[in-house]
Design a protein around this ligand. Structure first.
Ligand code: DGL
Length: 283
């Protein structure tokens, strides 16, 4: 692995505001770390794009993080992780630490006593079958039901939450008979923790609702520690970038991280050309 320094930043990306739930958990657990967040709002939502389009966007974003000198990348998007994690590792796994939000959540379920889990996610994630495959690899007897809930990301990005519209949409999804008798519901999209309370109100009390933000932050800490890459000095200012400026995004980012947030629109795409494997021009 290339010699990245412990005071280098950590790149975190999602299609939009969902990855902020993961970024917040990381900043809380690792306050010395500097993060560079990228929300690919120009291509949102990822969940209904083809796997090839998602792969292309994800690889371009990772190349941007590498060129920005990051020591680690967190794929804070299940849709991107489910179709592109393998390619990202294959392209850049020798350059820097790469983690995603799926592995820590799978690990949490595998280590728990649950017998039937419901997985709600974008269409890209459910179509990939990654959760059922990973969970059943470790716990073959586990009953896993996966359900696409494609209206939730646009609903959350438009801030249509905690109202009659969101309540009807959520009820329609959560009352689906496939989710009957689950012990746990996995929020397999990083946008969904933003409406965790609203989801909880519609589920029986005994159902645990699991998301990947805290487990991913812990996983990142352990991996950085293992590589002696934890930043022990005070971090610089966090950076928040999007591919298309949206005032709601800036407002929500400020709710998470305080008023010092200055959201910038940047163009990372360059020519329409697939990034090259391996070394970036900063090596
Ligand atoms: N937050 C992303 C995820 O975890 C989904 C967003 C999208 O569909 O754009 O899957």
């Amino acid at each position: 692995m290339t010699n990245r320094l412990s005071n280098s930043p950590i790149g975190i990306f999602d299609s939009g505001i969902g990855g902020l739930t993961v970024a917040q958990a990381i900043v809380e657990l690792l306050p010395n770390e500097e993060i560079i967040y990228f929300g690919d709002t120009a291509h949102l939502p990822y969940g209904d794009k083809s796997p090839d389009s998602i792969r292309y966007y994800a690889l371009k974003i990772c190349k941007y993080f590498i060129d920005s000198g990051c020591k680690a990348i967190v794929i804070a998007c299940n849709s991107a992780a489910s179709v592109a994690a393998y390619d990202i590792l294959d392209f850049y796994g020798n350059d820097l630490l790469i983690i995603n939000v799926i592995d820590p959540l799978v690990q949490e379920v595998v280590n728990s006593a649950v017998e039937k889990v419901g997985v709600i996610a974008t269409t890209a994630t459910t179509d990939s079958g990654v959760y059922a495959e990973q969970l059943k690899k470790h716990r073959p007897a586990l009953d896993v039901v996966s359900m696409a809930t494609p209206l939730l990301v646009p609903m959350i990005e438009e801030n249509i939450v905690h109202n009659e519209v969101s309540s009807v949409i959520l009820k329609t999804y959560l009352e689906d008979t496939r989710l009957k008798n689950i012990d746990a519901l996995l929020l397999a999209c990083t946008h969904y923790p933003l409406i965790k309370n609203e989801i909880a109100e519609l589920l029986p009390k005994q159902v645990s609702i699991l998301d990947s933000s805290e487990t991913t932050a812990e996983y990142l800490r352990n991996e950085l520690q293992r590589r002696a890459l934890l930043n022990d000095k005070k971090r610089k200012t966090n950076v928040f970038n999007v591919s298309q400026y949206h005032p709601t995004f800036e407002k929500i980012t400020a709710l998470f991280f305080g008023n010092e947030v200055h959201l910038q629109e940047i163009d990372i795409w360059g020519e329409h050309q697939w990034p090259q494997r391996g070394k970036s021009n900063t090596q």
